[in-house]
Design a protein. Structure first.
Ligand code: ARG
Length: 281
């Protein structure tokens, strides 16, 4: 990985929470009896946009669509590499209506839009680049077979890891790359093999306690050397600072009611995935 690539992760897509609510339950965090406070959802969302801009990031917006309350969690929209957009194949019918809107937006944005994968795959929510490898979650929402199809069609280097805790149901709730050597890892989210694969892949991990993981601390984004997080324990903050990162905490409690944090609310636009043929293409 070259220095130039560390400047990636500055350009984000987000979707305003105009229609956000908890009207169905597709993960253990979602309780339809719990009301979302519309005003604070908007404030928290706007606060996140501001934080990203303050630390040098750029935010694009996709218009929200009525009756698609989870469209705010745009991380699940698809996987991006350069000017390629691979739309998600969502597990739940409640979210499947988001895909055509994302496809249209990315076409307009100038991307080549691929066919969705054969098999469930929930976008960047279940696929995060670490160095040359796309760490890809399966077992709860995405399906392992989807990654075989993606590899066959794109040549991307993919490391599928099985998720085992329904509360940590997407890989972006359990894993957060910090640079090409370091990442936040919630080991309890993965099966034995996945834990081992991540230990081999990440030379210098920051291991999260279950409490930190359940506070969605891994559901963070990294803009330059700033980690924008929904929550951060004192010991985690000290550890990140010791490693040279700055920490910005952006509480997004309204969105946690639907099982999403900072990372889920964003989709990184400036990523290029390695095809493993002579390094990066
Ligand atoms: N309610 C949404 C769902 O269950 C939350 C999505 C969280 N997104 C994420 N990237 N982890 O689909």
């Amino acid at each position: 990985m070259t220095t130039e690539e560390f400047t990636r992760g500055r350009h984000y897509l987000m979707c305003p929470p105009d229609y956000f609510e908890v009207s169905y339950s597709i993960n253990p965090w979602m309780d339809t009896d719990v009301a979302v406070n519309e005003q604070s959802a908007h404030e928290q969302w706007r606060g996140l946009v501001e934080s990203i801009r303050e630390v040098g990031g750029l935010v694009e917006q996709i218009p929200p669509v009525p009756q698609l309350p989870d469209m705010v969690f745009v991380a699940n929209g698809g996987i991006i590499s350069g000017d390629l957009f691979l739309p998600a194949a969502m597990r739940h019918p409640e979210r499947q209506g988001e895909t055509p809107h994302l496809q249209a937006w990315f076409e307009e944005f100038g991307c080549k839009v691929l066919d969705p994968p054969a098999g469930v795959q929930e976008g960047a929510g279940d696929a995060l680049a670490f160095g040359d490898v796309l760490v890809a979650g399966y077992g709860i929402r995405s399906e392992r077979a989807a990654y075989d199809d993606i590899v066959a069609r794109t040549g991307w280097q993919i490391l599928p890891v099985r998720l085992v805790d329904p509360r940590l149901y997407h890989v972006d709730i359990a894993f957060c790359p910090l640079d090409d050597r370091q990442a936040l890892v919630a080991p309890d989210a993965f099966d034995h093999e996945g834990r081992r694969a991540l230990a081999d892949l990440v030379p210098d991990p920051v291991l999260l306690t279950m409490e930190e993981a359940l506070a969605f601390s891994a559901n963070s984004i990294v803009v330059g050397h700033v980690v924008v997080m929904p929550a951060c324990s004192a010991r985690l903050e000290a550890e990140l600072r010791r490693r040279g990162f700055e920490v910005v905490v952006r509480p997004v409690g309204e969105f946690l009611k639907a099982g999403g944090g900072v990372r889920c609310l964003t989709l990184v636009l400036d990523t290029v995935l390695s095809t493993g043929v002579g390094g990066h293409d």
